[in-house]
Design a protein around this ligand. Sequence first.
Ligand code: AMP
Length: 523
Amino acid sequence: MSVLLHELHLEHAEKRPDTTAIVFEERRLTYQQVEEQSNRLAHALADRRIEAGDRIALLLPKCPEAVVAMLAVMKVGAIYVPLDPASPTARLGKVIASCEPAIILAGGVKADVAIEVSRICTAPLAWMGPGPAPEKLQPAFSPNDTYSPATSPLERKVSPTDPAHILFTSGSTGQPKGVVITHAMVAEFITWANGYFGTTEQDKVSGHSPLFFDLSTFDIYGALAAGAELHMVPPNANLLPHKLADFIRRSKLTQWFSVPSILNYMAKFDVIEEDDFPSLQRILWCGEVFPTAALRHWMQKLPKIRFTNLYGPTEATIASSYYTLPCCPADDREEVPIGTACAGEELMVLDDRLERVAPGGVGDLYIAGVGLSPGYWRNPEASRAAFLEHEGGRIYKTGDLAKVDESGLFYYLGRADSQIKSRGYRIELGEIETALHSLDFLRECAVVAIDTGGFEGHTICCAYAVQENVSTAPPAIKARLRQLIPPYMIPSRWLCLDELPKTPNGKIHRPALRERFQAEMNA
Ligand code: AMP
């Protein structure tokens, strides 16, 4: 198998050109079409003088064109940066300013989103379709018009250690952090995962995660490397449990992979029949804890299916450890381990002096091995803080607390900082607070999260005090926040106080706030 992400599908494009590679709504792209279309776009980018190492931002929702764009960018040796089209322009602007794209490839987004982005960015914007560019947008070019007729591969030298993409995640200071991901990092995981799960050309795998989330790279490159069919979940099914269940049935999926919130949601709405989804062979999840009660619901309904918990941060590529359940947990309180390291990776529970904690003891979880990112994009300080030298190699400090048992199985025990997961999204509470602090009518504010164990994961709660002579209600604050941070970061619980509670040394008393919100939620 090639270790270059834009070459993983080549063998299948040559041997089985007419087989389906990607399915999205009514559309299908064959392996040959994927290859030809990405070659044509690569030529169009090369004609625009895109050089190796240039960044190209993708303002595209999950769709086949986005995969074609990713492959084309890598074919010219450039680095793609998927943007979240649902993010407000102010936040997109921070990502764009950081990665300085040479071009933005846009398409399939609302006209005002594309117009706003082209306004804040000096780089030219190309319109990828479907359909003509929105009227008021004047794209610098449209690859559909200027596509070079050449469908032959472009001759550019790309090395496995070159960056393939940069994924921006929430940053505690309010500045999103770009995790640099190389070709080899993803290819190593795909090789292990496709071998472990036995993925073949017969497989039909789900594409549920958004493109700016690293789980999607497993969906896309795992499927393309195996010659399987990638079935992208349409936006109208994304959050509706019965539609998702229908989608799995109709698409005859063999593999489902998502964050647990989705599976939790489907369990809650009881949309799975006994022995449902006859084609489905395995369900994988990653990104947060899958509550054992919901997992048991699934396992009892689908006793013939293999259930695997994958664990890992973006900085160590998709997942670093795995645990396939040997049988259904006996009760809802049973802890499900995050398992053991994937091939080429190592998990370590270390103390403050970076010494190993004995089995059973709690410590910080570190990761070493083939999945480790070279660091954060143009952020040496954050890179130095997270990627450390240890015993002659590099380790990544996950920020997770963990323990390992006598048999070598690892268990996730929560976070050591204020990073949370809400509906599967990785969020630094500091990013929300930074946005709130920029609102001039607030005197004080603090954001805390409560783990409700439900579909949402963590509930985001905001306590605030307003400036004198100002009266403002949560809807007005939310409206301002929506211009600064993505919808999934907007707090859902609000508390207006005269003054926020303080600790004896004058800091905001977050445990007291958490208790207060918890009490309200229990009431
Ligand atoms: P992300 O970079 O979005 O993948 O988020 C990484 C973080 O998600 C990890 O550091 C953990 O806190 C959490 N996480 C990932 N996978 C799991 C899992 N299987 N169980 C519990 N937490 C997880």
